[in-house]
Design a protein around this ligand. Structure first.
Ligand code: GLA
Length: 336
């Protein structure tokens, strides 16, 4: 075989934000938009064909373009696992919106590794593949991300939620709450993960865990213990504690209850975790004001990007449109 292709979806996280790097619980679902990667054996070197540009690169030094680093990182991780890579042309086609919190980077990593698994007949299961993708992002793209996005892209399905324990990686595909559908809206405010406070939040959580003498914030069982932390560590830890509890409550919840948990998640992300923006707050507010919306929150890391809402089935598009009208310029519907 000299050519192979594979696809992987983006994801939207319904609940469990900034819990994955604290060994906690998450509830993402796959979206319909996908990234497709084709790998072809060539005679010399490596070349990436993406976003209308053909860029030669080498495995000897990290490429300057950020988008190239995800692919480069995947190749390096396979090499570190002892895989011998032939010279390759790699072509990327994607309709996953970029830079809005729908994991376009994880979709690219997972699709790249799936295509290489096929081409090189690698013995790599979906969980190991997700772990390699996460390592590629941490080591080569400079984001200290958790495992949620790569696990979601590798194992989730549209129409189902992936309940995932990010410590044990125990997981279960659950149906959406009865009678509900998901809408995703872009706030129109750009964000940059690596440049944002993401890595700073992660470091604060690690410091909080250390001060509390636990392995990770997931292990805090009494919220009163958080009171002895100095600010802002107390607020950060409070978000992680309450967010984990919300994910556990959400399993099997009605659409109304699930929506309430999503809205509480947003408030906690905004006030305690401080990763929202005035525009994200306004978009969430506009969504919550719609009678057909059960609840809404920012999705992904925050600092801009997209919001997700749980809506009455059949009403998602109309509710998203009405919310956008109230929100004003700059927003757009990504999923509904
Ligand atoms: C980004 C990271 C994930 C997760 C979310 C926040 O998407 O890649 O690992 O931490 O932010 O929930």
């Amino acid at each position: 075989m000299s050519t192979a292709s594979a696809s992987a979806p983006g994801r939207v996280n319904l609940l469990g934000e900034h819990t994955d790097y604290n060994d906690g619980f998450v509830l993402p679902t796959a979206i319909a938009q996908q990234t497709r990667v084709t790998v072809e054996k060539i005679r010399h070197g490596f070349v990436l064909d993406a976003l209308g540009e053909r860029t030669p690169f080498s495995l000897e030094q990290p490429p300057r373009r950020q988008s190239l680093r995800y692919v480069y990182g995947c190749l390096k991780e396979l090499q570190d696992e002892g895989v011998e890579l032939p010279p390759l042309a790699i072509r990327v086609d994607s309709d996953v919106p970029m830079g809005v919190g729908l994991s376009s980077s994880a979709a690219l990593e997972v699709a790249t590794l799936r295509a290489l698994r096929r081409l090189l007949e690698l013995d790599l299961d979906d969980v190991r593949l997700a772990r390699l993708a996460q390592r590629a992002e941490i080591r080569h793209a400079g984001v200290q991300c958790g495992i949620m996005d790569q696990m979601a892209s590798s194992l989730a399905e549209p129409g189902h939620m992936l309940f995932l324990d990010t410590r044990s990686l125990a997981r279960e595909l659950l149906p959406l709450p009865p009678g509900s559908a998901v809408a995703v809206l872009d706030s129109g405010i750009a964000r940059s993960l690596a440049a944002s406070g993401y890595n700073e939040r992660r470091a604060q959580c690690e410091q909080a865990a250390q001060e509390l003498g636990v392995r990770a914030l997931r292990d805090v069982d009494d919220p009163d213990r958080l009171e002895r932390l100095p600010q802002p560590l107390r607020r950060r830890a409070r978000h992680v504690f309450s967010e984990n509890a919300r994910v556990l409550q959400a399993r099997g919840a009605s659409a109304q209850e699930f929506g309430r948990l999503m809205s509480a998640s947003h408030d906690s992300l905004s006030k305690d975790y401080e990763v929202s923006t005035p525009q994200l707050d306004a978009l969430v507010e506009a969504l919550r004001a719609q009678p057909a919306v059960y609840g809404a929150k920012l999705t992904g890391a925050g600092f801009g990007g997209a919001c997700v809402a749980l809506c009455q089935a059949g009403e998602a598009r109309a509710a998203a449109r009405a919310a956008l009208r109230a929100y004003g310029a700059g927003g757009r519907i990504l999923v509904a």
